[in-house]
Design a protein around this ligand. Sequence first.
Ligand SMILES: Nc1ncnc2c1ncn2[C@@H]1O[C@H](COP(=O)(O)OP(=O)(O)OP(=O)(O)O)[C@@H](O)[C@H]1O
Ligand SMILES: [Mg+2]
Length: 502
Amino acid sequence: MTAAKALSDAIRTSLGPKGQDKLIQTSKGETIVTNDGATIMKNIKALHPAGQMLADLAAAQDIEAGDGTTSVVVLAGAFLGAAENLLEKGIHPTIIAEAFTKASEKAVEYLTEMSTPVELKDRTSLLRAATTSLNSKIVSQYSSTLAPIAVSAVTRIATSTSSNVDLRDVRIVKKIGGTIEDTELIEGVVLNQNVVVSAGGPTRIEKAKIGIIQFQLSPPKPDMDNTVVVNNYAQMDRILKEERQYLLNLVKKIKKANCNVLLIQKSILRDAVTDISLHFLAKLKILVVKDVERDEIEFLTKSFGCKPIPDIEQFTEDKLGYAELVEETSKAGAKIVKITGVKNKGRTVSILAMGSNNLVLEENERSLHDALCVVRCLVKKRALIAGGGAPEIHVSRLLSQYAHTLKGMKAYCFQAYADALEVIPTTLAENAGLNPIAIVTELRNRHALGERNAGINVRKGLVSNILEEDVVQPLLVSTSALELSTEAVCLLLRIDDYVQAR
Ligand SMILES: Nc1ncnc2c1ncn2[C@@H]1O[C@H](COP(=O)(O)OP(=O)(O)OP(=O)(O)O)[C@@H](O)[C@H]1O
Ligand SMILES: [Mg+2]
């Protein structure tokens, strides 16, 4: 418990819009600057396995909700503290675990009660939620650029009846150059790779017929190692001629299928393309992009509505995808290949993320991921609640009222759980440089007077109606944070010894 609590204390300072960031040095020597709880926890090397459980907890929240990964760890730390006190009082761990589980069920009920339903058509509400999540990031000053991108990306691929969105259909392509403000949503596809220009091929094709090939445009290699001894020029000439002829045949077949944009998958066995085949392709005015990764193929084929072609014999026109324009442009110093006007729109979208250096760019991507997840949460469960500590105080108050109706040990446990929830507003106030005791007391007072949306206004440094400040978050983020952290704590509570296996 001590190990887990220590980790949670370390991450506490990065909660909320005024939270600090962490500078992480990985074992490979890379540096990461981040505010994202999941990223911090993933990179922390926990010596004790109990600490590792907290890292897994943050990862679970990242999968379920995407946002709230700092909150979930902070909450777990507070619940552990509460459990420790109860253990000192002599209450048995299983009783504590049971009571905590019940309390979290109640808490979720109260949260659901206070939430307001939201429709996917209601773009302003979605924007508010995305902005709130971006505001606690390093890139917060760009939230007016990034929030609309996140909302548009998710609403493009979600329908009004869909109950989930696969975020693999939203691809973020990172390019160094410009500033975060240059980040944009592309109706179509942006490629990670550049066009091959060494052979002088085209860099712009209108009415593109796109083929994705998984075979190589290079001379075949025998399966076994063997040696061919060439001892006169005529033989050498013949080999070279054979090679040219072989490649020319391949390229001609590609041209015959009316393909004019060729994406070539990376190959580990031999060269995917050679200079000669590139030369032929350039002559026939075929735009070439090489080094397409194996795991990109699925996204690309889905976007273009085409099929990957594993063999030259199967290179037929019906396997090609169609796009209005394939073009390599340059933006803020970075070369970007855009494919727009794809035939069956709406199945995937791409986001071009830009940033002046790698540190900023990586954080830009992580923040975009959080914002996308927030919008996805609203697709999964269409309800919003206030932020800024309001829901935690509300639930804490109701739970402690409920505790008074209980008897015996259970009442103690419920009360302790309710008090532990105050860690979120306390930490938000602490991190904003406010007096946590004064603020949380006032917050409780305002809630007792019936203002259930009173929260900590971090910018002005006082307690106010947080909905008027547009600080809202998806219900799913809060409920899953409560459920997951309680689950992790109960798991830890049931452990009474730590043995190392040989
Ligand atoms: N403008 C704001 N005023 C007050 N509280 C805010 C504001 N914006 C966000 N919050 C609160 O900050 C908390 C979220 O902080 P933060 O985004 O740093 O952590 P997280 O969402 O738990 O984790 P992560 O974003 O790293 O996955 C929430 O409790 C939210 O209500
Ligand atoms: Mg957040």
